[in-house]
Design a protein around this ligand. Sequence first.
Ligand SMILES: Cc1ncc(COP(=O)(O)O)c(C=O)c1O
Length: 437
Amino acid sequence: MSMERDTVLHSWCVQAEWDAPTIVGGEGAYFFDAAGQRYLDMSSLAECMNLGHQHPRVVRAIQEQAQKLCFVTNAWGAEPRATLAQLLLEKSGFEGGRVFFTLGGADANEHAVKFARLASGKGQGQVITRERSYHGASFATMALSGDSRTATQVKPAQFGVLRVSAPYAYRCPYGTASETECGEAAVRHIERTVESVGAGAVAGVLMETNAGTNGIVAPPNYWPLLRGLTERHGIYLIADEVMSGFGRCGEWFAWQRYGDAGRPDLMTLAKGLTGAHAPLGAVVVSAAIAARLDKQMLYTGLTYCGHPLSCAAGVAAVRAYEDESLIERSRVLGQQLFEQARELQSRHAVIGDVRGGDGLFVVVELVRDRATREPLSPWASTHPALRALVAKALTHGVSFACRGNLLILAPPLVIEEQALTDAVHLLDRLLANGVWS
Ligand SMILES: Cc1ncc(COP(=O)(O)O)c(C=O)c1O
């Protein structure tokens, strides 16, 4: 452990504070450290291990692919690449569309923007994104993200990014009184933004469909209204499904909750695509966009795009979601988790809001004062009591994730019902013992 601390630069943390156990294995919703301690994973690590740890079918698929062929570039065909593209087009109903494979979520979003610009013929057209969004940590995706944590590292305007307010109903930036009104006001604001620069200058609108790193769960009317608006103005809608895809929101892809009325022009995937068993991202584009790109030279791509080992993992992952009915399972358990979290809210004043629950993604927002909704800590810093809660839970063998004043409950979709209930009971006890003032 200390050798790693002394040799590796770790992401998203203060180096001097990094002091984590070494993980040596996992099974289902649990992972294990070198000392033999078992942890129930209540966040799917980075909301990515939707299939749980070491899913046997995915592990086997990687092993079998490694025996046959580890790598060829995109200049050559690769069987698992073609199979996975076909499966993704089927699951999304993007008939006649195409799939571009990437290494993860950030480069999927960058490529989606490139394709929207190329296919729209709008040159380096603007891209509209929202506050409190997260699309990655490369330079372009930091610019696309409305994330105060990385805001000082880039200038969004240099990347052609226009920022709008978030549909954050609990703290509605438009001062509305209901979720529905907040959703409407947020989309009206986007329409005004489009009108102010002219639709011809806007290549795309990029938004997280439902679940995201920064804990926004948009009101139910937001996405279909946004789809309608972008269609009226001839602007491509890009759905960032990196976190919300593969069952996290109770569907293969969160926009499918609205059927065709929610269908984007492009969508980006990663995380659950292989259940994090291998690094992979993807951009799925509509038939119309595929046709526009067909005769154009694509001066883009990274060496490992569509790596056969990762694509084999993706094929096995998609089949596992399907054969184990994990999308439906997430829908049922997500509702149960949401109700349990709401019940905690009725007894713990520190819980200001509970949202999500379409699948196994529930955000618990902590406040100092329910009446004023003052956050427990400013965004991007974590209150000592919340840190203490997470540390205490680890001693009980449960790993919770917190971000700022949010607890994000997003366990693997394979979690046993009893384990989920036990984790909520533990949370109940720890909330009762917390010193929240
Ligand atoms: C919604 C969303 N988009 C994009 C990303 C970036 O994905 P990656 O870390 O694979 O680059 C994330 C990662 O958390 C995400 O949650």
